[in-house]
Structures are given as structure tokens and as C-alpha cells.
Ligand binder design. Sequence first.
Ligand SMILES: Cc1cc2nc3c(=O)[nH]c(=O)nc-3n(C[C@H](O)[C@H](O)[C@H](O)COP(=O)(O)OP(=O)(O)OC[C@H]3O[C@@H](n4cnc5c(N)ncnc54)[C@H](O)[C@@H]3O)c2cc1C
Length: 438
Amino acid sequence: MVHLPNDDDQCGWYHALPKVPARPSLVGEQTADYLILGAGFAGLAMARRVATHKPNSRIKLIDAQRVGQGASGRNSGFVIDLPHKFALEHPDPEHKQKLLALNRSAIAQLDQLVNQYSIDCQWSAKGKYQGAVGARGEAYLDHFEHLMKELGEPYYHVDNKELSEVLGTPYYRRAIYTPGSYLVQPAALVRGLSESLPDNVSVLENSPIRHLTKENGQWVLYGHEGVIKSPVLLLGTSIFTREFGYLKNRLLPVMTFASWTRPLTDDEMRKYGGELDWGLTPADHAATTMRMTADRRIMVRNSYKHTPKYGRSISHAMKAKIRNDHRQAFLLRYPALEDVPFTHTWGGVYAISRNFTNFFGQLDEGLYASACDNGVGVAWGTISGTLLADHAVGATSNQLDDIKYVTGMPSLNPPEPFLGIGVKSRIQLAKWQSRSEL
Ligand SMILES: Cc1cc2nc3c(=O)[nH]c(=O)nc-3n(C[C@H](O)[C@H](O)[C@H](O)COP(=O)(O)OP(=O)(O)OC[C@H]3O[C@@H](n4cnc5c(N)ncnc54)[C@H](O)[C@@H]3O)c2cc1C
């Protein structure tokens, strides 16, 4: 049985968008020359690139939900050039340089598309702060600085005073600023990308696929009310790839959560006293991510859960506890804004692997996938989706060689119940260790 996405209907980014009518869903018997499943950053990039390579082909992009309701529309909106901590610690310098170059190529591609199609998504080249609250965070910053030096990457130190002026809070002891990341309203970007796809791509929304099989050389996807066939199928289904029997015991579903305020009033902006449009990730990765959006909303993200059923096990009580944790983090930073309520709290699922390796490539004849971005999927989804399309149509390029160089096979997970117990205790330990940085 295929477990379907189970995203809540509380994503602030999605609700902030104007309502648009749903696109058609999968009904009756349909065919396509190329089929792409999953309309997140990966699937959107796959569809665009296949369509560019094959202007006379019919491409169909299918999603279980509305475009923007999956993880790609509900993340914290950091379009990150620097790979995450574990990839930065990779022993092979060439590996790290290639990852960086691939992420930057994704950012350049998104930048070009945002400008070409005037996508209204708060896209901004604001860079990113990495903030330390106390001694533990500072030790992480020292390590990060060492990694930046090793890579020859630009960064600068931001002391408490300068940081307070930007963030409107003296809460952080210091930070390291790196200039290469962009910030974005993720749901707006995802929607804009889907609306600017080439004419030979049709998007089918609200079309959950319950079964996938191969019949007479064609991939056949069964939905609630229809079936669709194609000789070539590209999976942009992230963690859900395992539901179709691929990479089954190699991907780990992790859920993380965010809350945000309504836009601050003029009076609240005066109390806040900081700047608009910045993003801060925690020096200790298990702690709290913060954003102040260009439209005056403060967003808080923390808390991780291992969610084998993609959120079905998250009870109301658990969600209330998470929202309360967000509120405490908010009040510690902005006590003067205690009267500003949160309007939305939401969660989202992404895939990690135990060896922090991304999968990219062919799974079967005519079947390709990019899955497992270890939680930094805006840039990675974009570039891996683009290059997977190249791979599927038989194009060659240096970038394709590079992505093959930096990807591999996510390692096998231990069987349940050991896996669940192990992941849960690691998450709890990380939360406890990072409590002074929350
Ligand atoms: C709260 C949160 C904050 C995050 N912050 C960041 C950040 O700041 N920067 C960053 O880079 N990353 C961040 N991430 C991770 C990032 O969102 C993901 O890595 C990225 O969105 C993955 O993109 P994707 O296209 O591979 O997959 P997804 O966006 O997960 O897309 C997969 C799509 O497949 C569809 N699908 C699945 N199964 C089926 C089926 N059976 N039938 C039809 N459709 C199906 C889903 O509906 C979904 O839309 C965050 C994630 C969360 C949850």
C-alpha cells in the first residue's frame, strides 16, 4: 500500500498566496511521452528541462496535492549555496567544490527564471547569518569558520551589536555571515515556476498515485480516477520514492515545523526595531531557524520528528507542544512583541539518509529519480532535477559528471523497531544538547 503525502493545511507561506483555481486532475486514461511525478523543486526542474530538450514531446507533471503544498512550498525559504555541515566536512575537497558549484548553478538558474518571468516571491540576495546564542553555538561557529577557510569561501563576523540592529534582538552573542544564499517565499516561487513551464508541459494537481507498475514497456501510474502511461518516468517524489518500492530501506522521513506571525503593524515594527528580510540558521543545527520576511512576518522553525507515516502520528497535543516551543523561542527573542500572535504553525517532511548521501540516477529501464536532499532541497532539488532530465534524455555535460561524482547510494537502515528507537533517541539527544541554543 502506498502511503500518500499527509501535509497539514496550515502552511503560512501557502495561505499568504492569492487563491487560484486548481488545475485538472488525473481522470480517465492518459498518455505522455515523459511523465514526472512530484511537483516540488526537483519535479519542476525536471519538467522544464525535459520540455526544453524535447519541444515536440508531451510532458505531464503530476502531484498528489496543489502545487506549493508539499515540502518545497513549506520550507524556510533559504536557497543555500553552501552545503550543510556534514557535506562541508566531507574529506574530499573536490567533492565539496563540486557541490558548491552545483548549488550555485541552481541559484543562478532560479535567479534567471524569477527575473525572466517576474515571479513575485520575495527573491532576494540577502545571504545568511549563522547565529550562536552561547558557548556551545560559538564552538560550532569556530568550526564553521575553519571549514570556510579551508574552502576559501568569503564570510565575516557579526558581533552582538551589529546583529541586534539587524535582527531587532540582542539574543544572539554573535554570528557568521555568508553572502551566497538567497531568501525566498517558497510557495510563491514554486507556484511561479509551475506557471512559467513551457507550453508542452501539462500539470495535473490533486492526483495522488496509488500504484506504479510496468506493462508492455510503459510505466503505468494508477490514481483515484484515472491511469496514465509513459515510456519514461522521472520521480521527483523525495521521501515518497520509497513508497513505490525504490530506495525502500535507505531514506529516512524527518519532519520539522515552523510558526509565524501576521505582518507586524507600524507600531510593532517600531518595537521590533530591526531590519526586514533576513534569515538566520542556528550555529548548532539542532536549534532554531529564524526569518523576518520582506512583508514583516517573523518565522520560527525548530523541532524534528521521525515520521514513518509522514505526519499521521503527529497528534493535536504534539502540535500544540511544538507551537508552544516556537512561542517560547519567539518570546525569548522578542519579549516586546508578546501581543503579536502566531497565525500559522505547520510541518513538512523531507528525506535524509544515514550517510548523508543523495541519490541521483536510473532505477530501472526508463525510470529515473533524484531523492534525498538531506533537508537542503531548494537549490539541490533544482539542480538535481535539471540534470536528471539531461540524464534521462541522454544529454552529456560536465555538470552531469559532477553530480554523479557527488551522489551515491544512501546507506541501508537497520530494521524496525531498532530504526525508530535509534532515530528518536538521536533527535531527543540533539534537542537536549542544543537546549541552550534554542
Ligand atoms: C519546515 C521545513 C523547512 C525547510 N527549510 C529549508 C530551507 O530553508 N532550505 C532548503 O533548501 N530546504 C529546506 N527544507 C527542505 C526542503 O523543503 C526539501 O528538501 C525540498 O522541498 C525537497 O524538494 P523535492 O522537490 O525533492 O521534494 P518535495 O517538495 O517533497 O516534492 C515531492 C512531491 O511529490 C508529491 N508526491 C509524493 N507522493 C506522491 C504520490 N504518491 N502521488 C503524487 N504525488 C506525490 C508530493 O505531494 C510533493 O509535492 C525544509 C523542509 C521543511 C519541511
